[in-house]
Design a protein around this ligand. Structure first.
Ligand code: CTP
Length: 411
């Protein structure tokens, strides 16, 4: 798909670099059209390197190609991120004083605009009227996020996360040529994500470092490919992908209950969550306090742990010989003296009895919390695991769903 990524002159222009990467990694041909002010924040070489295409900013560059008309005419999608108050005003009033506004006038494809500015500018009646005008003409204007703005102030005006803009943009063009095939349409899938928190007392829990990024990417990609997605999420900071129903849980026991409920009638369950293997044996209703008596400096409580149920293994057991749901497990592995990563992954696949195991290569600074990972996909009865990566977790997610489709087709 041909995408024009318009960037106007706000500090959030740097975040458009991540959005650009998401678009190119999804296979789209992206032409970046920055305004002159945007180039003050992020230079043309950065856009050219990330997009792999020349960067056009002015109407006087490469005039023989008539870029001020062609770019808009040929685009399948225009995304403007960030859109400043000035850009919204110029777009709303049909000005064509640079390449981006000219492109907006000639584009007949879906247009998504992600505003970012200070709260006062966003809430000013002039901006509100411009946004209203653009929306009345069919332009999709995202609501800015709330939070910390440049400097110390906070409020609505932040650019939404690149992942959120990306999934809103993809939702706009769903089903059009060049967008993901709807090859998961008709499937009900359950995806778990994030790391569970095992409560100890009202202020403490045992947790782990899972960011939830892989699970959220799996949910996002499945929804974009047409599946009905129920995401059971342990706590994360991530935005909910477009079109995904999310159920929030904290502990392994809560996750088990949610997964079992959602798995009834599901075609696929993907257990990407990092479920704690153990939880404190007892939840203490009041905060556990230090003692301050004589000799208590050395005293420390012992926290006995008990095993959590294995949600994945339980699902496989419950399913028995039934063909559905297809169950996908994840594993974080390193090689050690007993064998390499694949050796351990094969053993885990056999132990858990799942239909597909996604073995993550882990190590210091690898996989956890990162945008990229390297995984090996293992299926029972197949010799060679399939290696994916190092790649963005969306690319991994796409490979996982491709493998799930193969499992479903083999049934
Ligand atoms: N899982 C689960 N319930 C648990 C623990 C894990 O469903 N109580 C799922 C995870 O969501 C993941 C897979 O099982 O899909 C991971 O298996 P696990 O045995 O937890 O892997 P490790 O913790 O890496 O196991 P080990 O310590 O034995 O290597």
């Amino acid at each position: 798909m041909r995408v024009v990524l318009g960037v106007s002159g706000g500090i959030a222009a740097y975040k458009a670099c991540s959005l650009l990467r998401l678009l190119t990694e999804a296979g789209h041909e992206v032409t970046v059209v920055p305004t002159r002010a945007a180039l003050e924040f992020v230079g043309a070489p950065t856009w050219a390197a990330l997009s792999g295409r020349p960067v056009a900013a002015g109407v006087w560059d490469r005039v023989h190609e008539v870029p001020h008309v062609r770019l808009g005419q040929q685009a399948d999608l225009v995304v403007v991120a960030p859109a400043t108050a000035d850009l919204l005003a110029r777009a709303a009033h049909g000005l064509a004083d640079d390449l981006l506004t000219s492109t907006l006038l000639t584009a007949r494809c879906p247009v998504l605009v992600a505003p970012a500015m200070h709260t006062e500018m966003w809430t000013h009646p002039a901006t509100a009227a411009n946004v209203g005008l653009l929306r009345s003409r069919g332009v999709h204007v995202l609501e800015p996020a709330s939070g910390r703005l440049t400097g110390a102030d906070t409020g609505p005006g932040r650019l939404p996360d690149p992942e959120e803009i990306f999934s809103a943009a993809m939702a706009l063009v769903d089903g059009r040529p060049g967008t993901p095939q709807q090859d998961l349409a008709g499937l009900q899938v359950v995806v778990t994500a994030g790391g569970t928190r095992e409560p100890l007392d009202p202020v403490r829990y045992l947790g782990n470092r899972s960011s939830g990024k892989q699970g959220y990417a799996l949910a996002d990609v499945a929804a974009a490919r047409g599946a009905v997605v129920h995401l059971v999420s342990a706590p994360t900071e991530l935005p909910v992908p477009h079109g995904v129903e999310v159920e929030r849980v904290e502990s392994a026991l809560e996750m088990q209950e949610a997964v079992w409920r959602a798995a009834a009638g599901a075609d696929v369950v993907v257990m990407a969550a990092a479920v704690a293997d153990f939880r404190p044996a007892r939840y203490t209703e009041t905060k556990i306090k230090k003692r301050h008596g004589p000799g208590d400096e050395e005293a420390s409580p012992t926290v006995p742990l008990v095993r959590n149920p294995d949600i994945l293994a339980g699902l496989v057991q419950e399913r028995g010989a039934a063909p559905r749901p297809v169950v996908v497990g994840f594993a974080a592995e390193t090689g050690d003296a007993d064998g390499d990563l694949i050796h351990h992954a094969r053993a885990k696949l056999a132990r858990k009895g799942c239909d597909l195991l996604v073995a993550n290569e882990v190590g210091p600074g690898v996989t956890f919390g990162q945008d990229e990972s390297t995984v090996h996909l293992l299926r029972p009865g197949t010799d060679e695991p399939r290696r994916v990566g190092p790649a963005d977790k969306r690319v991994t997610a796409t490979a996982v769903w491709d493998a799930v489709l193969e499992v479903l087709q083999a049934r």
